[in-house]
Design a protein around this ligand. Structure first.
Ligand SMILES: *Cc1c(COP(=O)(O)O)cnc(C)c1O
Length: 335
């Protein structure tokens, strides 16, 4: 919600004239800084052009087309099934529960000897649901038992927005089973989505394979400098955390007061449905768009009646709530 971190912006400007050079292959400075941040050996950190790149590489490295399968929830973050399909591997999907929580026992039922990756997003996109850390740990344990060759990918893109990061994140708690990889990104809490930097913390042997398969310069010089500077910009990071946590409460209360059904979220967005008798989700999206407010219709997640709004700064949140009040009231008058 706060734009680009000031220290990252300054770093990009300062290093712009060095962009005629190639980056250092393997981005060792960034890998080292991230290893230190998470208390892991830097050789286990793989940096990518967004964590999307790491997810794609993992599927391509681990799953053989036509032979292996990957397992995820439905709906889920679209990159897993899309890249899986492009890679020609079977995708097995467990529907979410009615309340958008996870049935890990049923997910595990889909796993067989040919499953190479199980994807779990915590907190989840698009609902914001966050399973207890202990449940994800148990899944890792059960998976190691049932399918020793299968990797659990825990996508923690939003986990630092959780009510209590340690209670939500295995990585933040230093719990890193051998069969588990963690995905993190600079796109959300570090405010660098357009720079395209994400990373995976992977089991030892796998990190080496991914580095060898990754194109050598996929994280460019300015993206690397921006990420390093953002890591050091504690003021920006803390202000982002405050803005998201405060804004999330205010938007939750505001939407609820307007009669919307809002799902509890531990991410930097809220999923909600329109009140009965109000314009449809699609109409709401279009009307907001015409007023210069862009939110996300969830039709592409097969949730045509639901919407997702990112927490903005205070002014944006108020503008959104005021537009929503108009949209919902107008329909009432027409009726
Ligand atoms: C945003 C997001 C990512 C990462 O995106 P990049 O910008 O590619 O780092 C990964 N997983 C989920 C669930 C996301 O929502």
């Amino acid at each position: 919600p706060l734009g680009m971190p000031p220290l990252a912006r300054e770093a990009v400007e300062r290093h712009a004239s060095g962009a005629f050079r190639y980056p250092q292959g393997g981005n060792p400075r960034l890998a080292k800084a991230l290893g230190q941040r998470h208390g892991v050996d830097e050789h286990r950190v793989v940096v990518g052009n967004g964590s999307d790149e790491i997810i794609d590489l993992l599927i391509r490295i681990l799953a053989i087309p036509g032979a292996h399968n990957i397992v995820c929830f439905n709906p889920c973050f679209s990159i897993y099934p899309i890249q899986g399909r492009i890679c020609g591997v079977e995708i097995r999907r467990q529907p979410l529960e009615e309340d958008f929580s996870f049935n890990f026992a049923a997910l595990l039922e889909l796993v067989d000897a040919n499953t190479r990756i199980v994807f779990v997003t915590t907190p989840d996109n698009p609902s914001g649901f966050c399973p207890p850390r202990a449940a994800v740990e148990a899944l890792a344990r059960d998976l190691a038992h049932k399918a020793p060759d299968c990797l659990l990918v825990v996508d923690e893109a939003y986990v630092d927005f959780a009510e209590d990061e340690k209670a939500a994140s295995m990585l933040a708690s230093g719990i890193m089973p051998k069969n588990t990889a963690f995905m993190r990104t600079f796109s959300k809490s570090f405010g660098l989505a357009g720079m395209r930097v994400g990373y995976g913390i992977l089991p030892d042997h796998l990190a080496d394979f991914v580095w060898r398969a990754r194109l050598p310069f996929s994280v460019n010089i300015l993206a690397e400098e921006a990420a390093l500077a953002a890591l050091a910009d504690d003021t920006f990071y803390n202000a982002t955390q405050d803005a998201v946590r405060t804004g999330r409460k205010e938007l939750f209360a505001g939407l609820t007061a307007l009669g919307c059904k809002v799902w509890p979220s531990e991410a930097n967005f809220l999923m909600f449905g329109m009140p009965e008798g109000a314009p449809t989700a699609a109409e709401c999206f279009e009307t907001l768009l015409a007023r210069g407010i862009i939110i996300r219709p969830l039709k592409s997640y097969s949730l045509p009646n639901l919407l997702r709004v990112s927490i903005g700064n205070q002014q944006e949140n108020l503008a959104f709530l005021s537009a929503m009040a108009d949209i919902i009231a107008r329909k009432g008058e027409e009726a």
